[in-house]
Design a protein around this ligand. Structure first.
Ligand code: SF4
Ligand SMILES: [Zn+2]
Length: 339
């Protein structure tokens, strides 16, 4: 992409550079159910405000609107420390900690090396497991080793693999790396002593429901040997994205929860030793994965239980009249771009 076009994309996606006060505030935090192994625990989730993902400036992924939660510039170490201290005041020793930055925690432009070490060290001795996300190119022995040293529990390093099919990843989602880049990064993460986790995207734009399920199932099978955990993330409509553009014109429907259910049942049989989980965002809402409205809460609860306990048998027993509607309309959809 030419530099001038890239700058236009960046202007469209980014807020104006924040003042010091705005930069001192984290985006959000909350506590949610999770599991370590099959032990149910609470997870402390913190979204730090940083420069955000550099790829959003270059091209940006078709479903990602996270640039709106960023600073428009790099945060200073003092600003990051302020965000951390404000968050720690609300930390209640949850055993699982998830740190998000709307980008890559390991990118120096988002979080500098010393701030990274200090943030991870702040949870040492208090949390058992700490997760952060990164693009594959930043997961190196040099970035990982200091964090492994600073945290005596399990570091979980998550990558947005999305799909193991290069065409889906590069052309439909617009990622800047190939599946093999994510696999090699997962190997580096494991060799460094951390636990690799991969996200898989259910229903990128331009895939039918059936193609989307098949893509996730195939991705689970291919990626399972490289990752300790695979998390299936059904698309929800985020503002300012290609997916939203299509949705507003009636050319995109978020995935049915039945599709997610089907992907989890088939994926569970192919996951090998990897954990397979799903915790959908905006589940049951028009802009998130949804069914008829009558059964959504029940299906979502079953998916959460299956994810936490790693037992998937109950998913096959879920029923609602809309399951027939889903099966029929899915069968009638014309084939999309991927056979
Ligand atoms: S999905 Fe990930 S890589 Fe793509 S623009 Fe969003 S944060 Fe960046
Ligand atoms: Zn229903």
């Amino acid at each position: 992409m030419e530099a001038s076009v890239a700058r236009t994309v960046a202007r469209d996606r980014r807020p104006p550079p924040a003042d010091a006060l705005g930069a001192s505030r984290y985006v959000n935090l909350w506590s949610e159910p999770e599991a370590i192994g099959t032990r149910r625990v609470r997870a402390f989730v913190l979204i730090l405000r940083t420069r955000g993902c550099y790829w959003a400036d270059v091209k940006g992924c078709s479903m990602c609107g996270y640039a709106k939660d960023t600073l428009g510039r790099s945060a200073t170490p003092a600003e990051l420390a302020h965000q951390l201290n404000a968050a720690l005041a609300r930390y209640r020793d949850e055993p699982y900690v998830k740190l998000y930055t709307s980008g890559s925690f390991l990118d120096d432009r988002e979080v500098d090396a010393e701030s990274r070490r200090a943030i991870v060290a702040a949870f040492a001795g208090r949390a058992e497991r700490l997760l952060f996300e990164t693009l594959p190119e930043f997961a190196t022995p040099a970035t990982l080793a200091p964090l492994i040293s600073a945290f005596p529990g399990t570091l979980e390093v998550a990558e947005g693999l999305e799909s193991t099919q290069e065409y889906v990843l590069r052309r439909l989602i617009n990622k800047g790396a190939n599946p093999v880049d994510y696999f090699e990064a997962a190997d580096r993460i494991r060799e460094a002593g951390a636990s690799p986790k991969g996200y898989l995207l259910l229903k990128p734009p331009y895939l039918t429901e059936r193609e989307a399920v098949a893509d996730v199932v195939r991705s689970v099978e291919v990626a399972a040997p490289r990752f300790d955990t695979l998390s299936v993330n059904p698309v929800h409509i985020q503002n300012g994205t290609t997916v939203e553009w299509l949705y507003r014109r009636g050319r995109y429907r978020p995935p049915w929860l039945w599709s997610l259910n089907d992907a989890m049942i088939q994926g569970a049989a192919r996951r090998g030793r990897a954990r397979l989980v799903t915790f959908p965002t905006a589940g049951g809402l028009p802009r998130g994965p949804h069914n008829c409205g009558e059964c959504d809460a029940r299906v979502l609860a079953a998916l959460e239980s299956a994810s936490l306990d790693q037992t998937f048998d109950e998913l096959a027993n879920l029923a609602c009249p809309c399951r027939t509607t889903w099966a029929t309309t899915s069968a009638l959809e014309p084939a999309g771009v991927v056979a």
